[in-house]
Design a protein around this ligand. Structure first.
Ligand SMILES: Cc1cc2nc3c(=O)[nH]c(=O)nc-3n(C[C@H](O)[C@H](O)[C@H](O)COP(=O)(O)OP(=O)(O)OC[C@H]3O[C@@H](n4cnc5c(N)ncnc54)[C@H](O)[C@@H]3O)c2cc1C
Length: 97
């Protein structure tokens, strides 16, 4: 979990530096959002699982983070649309209209 969180932080830092340098593209943003939200959800889910059934309850805030991240999975570009954008960037073929 620590490694995943730091990896996401480094990706965000790198993309921020690219923006400062004027080299950032929308496809880079898609890459960062796609990967960081996915990893954050996985980290929250693992943390919930470590707490067992208690992780489901209001006793711990982990599930709240999971619910918040589910919303981020959809807003500011859904996971599916970022996937399609990355697919087009890789192949040159837009698989969406
Ligand atoms: C908590 C929360 C806060 C939000 N805050 C804001 C806000 O402040 N301002 C704002 O403007 N909006 C906000 N939104 C809206 C958010 O941006 C939209 O929910 C999001 O863009 C998806 O649109 P939709 O819900 O209409 O889904 P739809 O566009 O109906 O999509 C439904 C599903 O189909 C997929 N899909 C859509 N089009 C395609 C396609 N061409 N090819 C393949 N798959 C496709 C989507 O990925 C999704 O899985 C918020 C949403 C949430 C959950």
């Amino acid at each position: 979990m620590m490694v995943a969180v730091n990896r996401g932080l480094l990706l965000a830092l790198h993309l921020g530096r690219m923006k400062d340098a004027g080299t950032l593209t929308p496809q880079h943003i898609s890459l960062g959002k796609f990967d960081n939200v996915r990893n954050a959800l996985e980290v929250a889910r693992t943390a919930r699982s470590i707490l067992g059934a208690n992780g489901i309850t209001l006793e711990y805030p982990v599930f709240r983070h999971m619910a918040n991240l589910e919303t981020v999975y959809t807003y500011e570009g859904t996971n599916e649309i970022h996937t399609l954008i990355l697919g087009e960037a890789l192949t040159g073929i837009p698989a969406f209209t």
